[in-house]
Design a protein around this ligand. Sequence first.
Ligand code: PXP
Length: 239
Amino acid sequence: MRLGVNIDHVATIREARKGREPEPVAAAVLVELAGADGIVCHLREDRRHIKDKDVYMLREVVATQLNLEMAATDEMVKIAIDVLPEVVTLVPERRQELTTEGGLDAISNYDYLMEVVGVLRSNNITVSLFVDPDVQQIKASARLGADLVELHTGQYANAISARSRQDELERLRSSAAAAAKLGLGVSAGHGLNYHNVREIVTIPQIEELNIGHSIVSRAVLTGMDAAIRDMLALIRRGD
Ligand code: PXP
């Protein structure tokens, strides 16, 4: 199973001071050196974390696979065609949301998405649609000519009872099987962490996971010891 690492929240930390560190592109290099299979970033309409310049810099530096998450808007399509990431993942976007809350509605937005998928694919970009684990959405994604579906694991990750978590896992299982049967590549992501990922990896059709927040969160904590020691070494030189 491949791992794509979403580095949006490295940019979130940078934007807390609107300065130059930490640079997402530096994180991308470390992510690749550690063996991950791809870099994912979401250029949001409000540019709250990743900026246009990050996407262009990532395009220069990423040697594995760049997966650009974006809304299916004219502005974003133009950028995608200019940047040419290996993969574009189309996601729904609401301005006020903290993170992507639901899957794309491939049924209601069918005609418009058909156009966008066509334009991206004709530029040799692999197109992934981020959809809820719902067979109707998956069938619509296949009819739209998408290469992949990314199954939204948010409901599974946020399930509060063991029962609903099991139900969500079953939904993911049957959706992954349905997608593979229709010839779609299958990835999954959203809200996955070091605990809930274990059951997801038992779903045989899922080929790639895209994980961001939990990895950046862990990096902040596991990196704390070295960061403190480095600062102490500087400030205690004269003691
Ligand atoms: N996949 C998609 C399509 C997303 O929108 C996101 C969040 O940007 C992720 C994966 C990663 O989610 P998380 O940060 O919760 O791991």
